[in-house]
Design a protein around this ligand. Structure first.
Ligand code: C2E
Ligand code: CA
Ligand code: CA
Length: 348
């Protein structure tokens, strides 16, 4: 880390100017005249006297601004704001709570079915993680996944999710649901972790399930061109299925499909919700035809109404996930739900 001190600033744009020039100047490392390695830097900015009046606070706030930047997109600058300080404080508290919850076995998985209307079968179950506070309150993943990613805690947390989900699937399969699959969310940070491939391979083998009954759901945040394509290809070769979650909401959709061996696209709920608008419908139709042309399966996420199902069915979608069928449920509720739906009965 380096500190840049700018004196006698007249306009905020002067600071931005310096920030952009520093980012540009640090965009590569020249090892040799013909060899440049691309690098990037991030900049956090705090202002005297608006943000703080002493040096240590100024540095601290610049630091908070720096860490509020998206860890996935480098080469940016960010001014400090009060909100970041609250976020930062909350982030620290959530980190502590997450560590404790993991130690005290307070993380849990809820299960939501993914249903095929054509065959009237539940083809997969998505494992969705939650944190239970000591008071018994359930904290949704949106409140802690981000912190888990920023702190690296997502790696042990993801490993726990993977083990728990695979063990559960093994049990269901032994009890009659032979063809059921488990869909597991994998964060880009986890996917970029060097131990990920071994973790998945070992967990699946130890659970005595087939690689083909595991699907990982990845999001479009991972930068294309890292080792991720290699890892995904190795997983695909084992038989693991790969789905792109929230398809269309990322910023690299098409290059993503080109680089990675993907089996399935999950149409994001936001598009399903906007199907009554012309542009929303066009997006859904485009995703469907893209998937079909590339030989990929399509799943519609967040389906809540009969009307949405009808519209999607007319466009040859058979696989659905959403509150219309079932919300994510704790294990016991899921078992009851599954039995009452007479699909493949799971006794335990
Ligand atoms: P996601 O993977 O897109 O999961 C679907 C989310 O939409 C779930 O929220 C689910 O409860 C919700 N959902 C499903 N159907 C409907 C519907 O019909 N209506 C509405 N309003 N919502 C619906 P949840 O469980 O809160 O999870 C949020 C996100 O957290 C997930 O989005 C996923 O990105 C992340 N997540 C959950 N579990 C894990 C995990 O084990 N690892 C990682 N890395 N991320 C996870
Ligand atoms: Ca998902
Ligand atoms: Ca999704």
């Amino acid at each position: 880390e380096f500190v840049v001190l700018i004196r006698d600033v007249a306009l905020v744009t002067d600071i931005e100017d310096v920030a952009i020039r520093v980012i540009d100047a640090c965009s590569y490392l020249e090892i040799h005249e013909s060899q440049r390695i691309p690098i990037s830097i991030d900049i956090g900015i705090a202002n005297y006297p608006n943000d703080a009046t002493d040096a240590s606070d100024l540095l601290r706030f610049a630091h908070i601004a720096l860490h509020s930047l998206d860890s996935m997109r480098h080469g940016n600058y960010q001014f400090y704001s009060e909100n970041q300080r609250t976020d930062h404080r909350e982030g620290i508290m959530m980190t502590g709570e997450l560590i404790q919850a993991m130690q005290e076995d307070r993380m849990e998985l809820h299960y939501q079915p993914i249903y095929c209307l054509k065959t009237d079968m539940i083809i997969s179950v998505e494992a969705l993680v939650r944190l239970r506070t000591r008071e018994g309150e359930i904290i949704p993943p949106d409140d802690f996944i981000d912190v888990a990613e920023r702190t690296g805690l997502i790696v042990p947390l993801g490993a726990w999710v993977m083990k728990k989900a695979c063990m559960q699937l093994a049990l269901w399969q032994k009890n009659g649901a032979k063809d059921l699959c488990m869909s597991i969310n994998v964060s880009p940070v986890q996917l970029g972790d060097h131990g990920f491939f071994n973790l998945l391979e070992t967990t699946v083998r130890e659970s005595e399930i087939n690689f083909g009954s595991v699907e990982i759901e990845i999001v479009e945040r991972q930068q294309v061109g890292t080792d991720v394509d290699l890892i995904l290809t190795r997983l695909r070769n084992l038989g693991v299925k790969i789905a792109v979650d929230d398809f269309g909401t990322g910023y690299s959709s098409l290059s993503y499909l080109h680089a990675y061996p993907v089996n399935e696209l999950k149409i994001d709920k936001s598009f399903v919700d906007r199907m009554l608008e012309k542009s929303g419908l066009s997006i859904v139709e485009t995703i469907i035809s893209l998937a079909k042309n590339l030989g990929m399966q399509v799943v519609a996420e967040g389906v809540e109404t009969e009307n949405q199902i009808t519209m999607l069915k007319e466009r040859n979608i058979d696989i659905f996930q959403g509150y219309y069928f079932a919300k994510p449920m704790i294990l016991d509720d899921y078992l009851l739900w599954h039995k009452s739906h007479k699909v493949t009965v799971i006794p335990q």
